[in-house]
Each structure stands twice: as structure tokens, then as C-alpha cells.
Design a protein around this ligand. Structure first.
Ligand code: NAD
Length: 365
């Protein structure tokens, strides 16, 4: 199983919250517990300098509370930089609910979660992430206005995943332009790992462009359905990292670029939707750079979803959503060039621009 975790045993040695490996000056961490519904959730509010902390809720069967805490801390921090680099007036936050979304997600549990979100008075605004559907957000909306990603027929901007996929596609094209000299993906070999909400929509974009697509997922039914729908190949090997490919698109969970895979990977470009793809952004970002693999920073190219849900707060329409999402192409190209000019990793280049925006807003305050 892929998780956004570095090393659970290492995590246990640290102090419970402030001493966590992933704790990065988070403003607030809220533990939510409700015996009646079985809700166990953690809300991480990383930074609210640019605006309220907006980020989705993930429901996942974590192997330990440490793993859940680490995940929410890494994800909420990532949201701060994603919104900052995208130019949105939002801070970074995220929530995790511990449990199996297929068997333990009940309306009562979601409503209770919504009440906890409401108790933060808008400092944290939720949306969907892995294990959540638009209908879950509609339910949460009945107990709090601090939720986005609700259905279009209820006044929301709808499922953000197709827009996320479109932004990833734009970022991938920019990275291809940088790496291969052309952004045409026709006949490029692309491995899409994880063909859920975003991965499948990315496969659709790539199919329209004529790419040679291989898909991988732990869900066999989903694999066969997507293969039949788009005429793509199911990857049947043991270790996709060692396969010859032009582009690796991680669209499952995070930390797939780690100590082991970072040396195995044969792709020339990494561009995908998953959050926190680098297990350690400094270490693995530097190795990718040394190996000449172009990494399109995840928090930059997967921002389509947040652009989509932000529309609900700012009241802009589909056209503006598409315009902002297409701009991911330009920003990605600029970041890749900036990294080369300054001899730094692409992750660092993106991060520094985001941090600068936060710092200058802080000074204005
Ligand atoms: P999803 O739950 O719909 O899909 C995830 C897919 O990954 C599932 O099909 C699952 O079976 C598969 N998967 C899980 N473990 C795997 C493994 N070890 N190997 C291969 N496949 C595996 O989630 P999603 O909404 O498509 O999001 C995918 C990723 O993109 C997540 O990391 C999410 O945080 C990130 N993301 C999503 C959005 C969005 O708008 N949905 C926005 C930004 C980032």
C-alpha cells in the first residue's frame, strides 16, 4: 500500500505533535472524537496568512494514529504552498478521518464531522479528497457553510477531479516541452498510477492527445473498466518504476518517490496528481535533479481542484476556472526554467515563490 508516510517507527520516537517530523509550524491541530458515530478525525491548519485554510477531507484506513497525523500535517502544509503559488487568497488546511470509507462512512459520522468543522468558524473550510464524494460535501453543507466541492445543482462548482486532471495535463505538457522540446504527447509513453477520480480523467485527456498509456491500480475492476472505455493498456509487470517510459504520472497516494524508487525510475518526466509525491522533498528532489529527471512539482500542477472549489467562495464561473487552470502550463514552464537558472530543485523553485508571497502578505498585515 502506498501511504503519505515516511517511516512510522521514526515518527513514534518524536514528541506527539509539535515534535513530529511533519510538523512545520502549523497554527493549529484539532483532534475530533465522537463515540456515538465512531468519528476519529484530525484537522490540520497549517497557515492562514493568505486566507482561511482550505483543503479536502481524506478518509483512509490508516495503520496507526501516527500515520494519520503525519498525513494530515504533510497534506495541510502542502495546501498552504499550493494556494500560495496559484495566487489564491487561501491558507493551507486539510482533514483526515480514520476509517474505511467503503464500510465506515455513515451520514451520522459525516454530519458530526461537519459540526466539528463548523466549530472552527470558517478558519478551516473543507472539501473532498480520497474517500469522499460530492454527495458527502452536500451532507456536510447541511450543518456548516464552511464546505466547498458541493454539487452544481446545490449551487456548488461540482466534482473538482476533472479540473484537477486538466491542470495536471497542462503541467505535464509544460514539463514535456521542457524535457523533450515539444508539448505534444502523441506517442509518448505515459504510466498513470492510480486511476481513481483524477487518474481516469487524466487518462481521458491523454487518450485524446494520442499518448501511449499504461495504467496501474490496486482495484482490478476499475482497471478493466478504464481499459475497456479508453482502449489503454493495463500494466501487468511487477515494478513499474523500472519500466521504460517517457512520463510517470503518480495519481494514487503520496511518497511513491522514495529511497528505493528514486534510483529505479526510468521516466524522463514526473507529472501527476498525487499530493506529496516526494517522500522527502529535499533529498529525493535533489536526486531526481542529479539524475536529469524533470519533476513537475505536485502542489503546482494539481491545483485545478482548489481553483475549482475556490470559485464557490469567489463566485467566478467555469470560464475563469478553465483560464486559471490552463495557466498552470505557463507557471510550470517558468518554474522549471527558474530551477535550471538557479541550480535548485524544481520543488524548491516552486516553494520559494509560494513562500515569498506568504512573507510579503505577512509584512503588509
Ligand atoms: P481516488 O480515491 O478517486 O483514486 C485513487 C486511486 O488510487 C484509486 O483507484 C485507488 O485504488 C488507487 N490506489 C491506491 N493505492 C494504490 C497503489 N498502491 N497502487 C496503485 N493504485 C493505487 O482519489 P483521487 O481523487 O483520484 O485523488 C488521487 C490523488 O490526487 C490523491 O493523492 C489526492 O490527494 C490527489 N489530489 C486529488 C485532487 C482532486 O481534485 N480529487 C486534487 C488534488 C490532489
Amino acid at each position: 500500500m502506498i501511504t503519505d508516510v515516511v517511516n512510522t517507527n521514526e515518527l513514534k520516537k518524536a514528541d506527539p505533535v509539535f515534535g513530529q517530523y511533519s510538523f512545520d509550524d502549523h497554527e493549529q491541530v484539532i483532534f475530533c472524537n465522537d463515540k456515538d458515530t465512531g468519528l476519529k478525525a484530525i484537522i490540520g491548519i497549517h497557515n492562514t496568512v493568505l486566507g482561511p485554510a482550505l483543503g479536502g477531507t481524506r478518509m483512509w484506513q490508516y495503520s496507526s494514529e501516527w500515520e494519520a497525523l503525519n498525513d494530515v500535517l504533510r497534506l495541510s502544509r502542502g495546501m498552504t504552498f499550493k494556494s500560495a503559488i496559484t495566487g489564491l487568497n487561501l491558507g493551507g488546511g486539510k482533514a483526515v478521518i480514520i476509517g474505511d470509507a467503503k464500510t465506515q462512512k455513515t451520514p451520522e459520522l459525516m454530519l458530526k464531522f461537519g459540526e466539528f468543522v463548523h466549530s472552527l468558524n470558517g478558519k478551516y473550510i473543507t472539501a473532498e479528497d480520497v474517500g469522499m464524494e460530492t454527495s458527502d460535501m452536500d451532507l456536510v453543507r447541511t450543518v456548516t457553510p464552511y464546505v466547498t466541492g458541493i454539487s452544481e445543482d446545490k449551487g456548488g462548482a461540482g466534482n473538482p477531479s476533472p479540473i484537477t486532471a486538466y491542470g495536471v495535463f497542462m503541467g505535464m505538457k509544460a514539463a514535456a516541452k521542457y524535457a523533450f522540446g515539444s508539448d505534444h504527447l502523441e506517442d509518448r509513453t505515459v504510466f498513470v498510477q492510480g486511476i481513481g477520480n483524477v487518474g481516469e480523467a487524466l487518462v481521458e485527456n491523454l487518450t485524446n492527445e494520442g499518448a501511449k498509456i499504461f495504467i496501474a491500480d490496486i482495484n482490478q475492476e476499475q482497471l478493466e473498466r478504464v481499459r475497456d472505455k479508453y482502449g489503454v493498456n493495463i500494466y501487468g509487470g511487477e515494478n513499474l518504476y523500472t519500466e521504460d517510459m517517457d512520463i510517470y504520472a503518480p495519481c494514487a497516494l503520496g511518497a511513491t518517490i522514495n529511497d528505493e524508487t528514486v534510483y529505479q525510475l526510468k521516466a524522463k518526466v514526473i507529472a501527476g496528481a498525487a499530493n506529496n509525491q516526494l517522500a522527502n522533498e529535499n533529498v529525493h528532489g535533489a536526486i531526481l535533479r542529479e539524475r536529469g529527471i524533470v519533476y513537475a512539482p505536485d502542489f503546482l500542477i494539481n491545483a485545478g481542484g482548489i481553483i475549482n472549489v475556490y470559485a464557490e467562495l469567489e463566485n467566478y464561473g467555469k470560464q475563469e476556472i478553465i483560464r486559471k487552470t490552463e495557466n498552470i502550463y505557463n507557471t510550470t514552464l517558468e518554474i522549471l526554467q527558474n530551477a535550471e537558472e538557479n541550480n535548485i530543485t524544481t520543488h524548491r523553485a516552486a516553494f520559494d515563490i509560494a513562500q515569498k508571497r506568504i512573507d510579503s502578505r505577512k509584512k503588509e498585515k
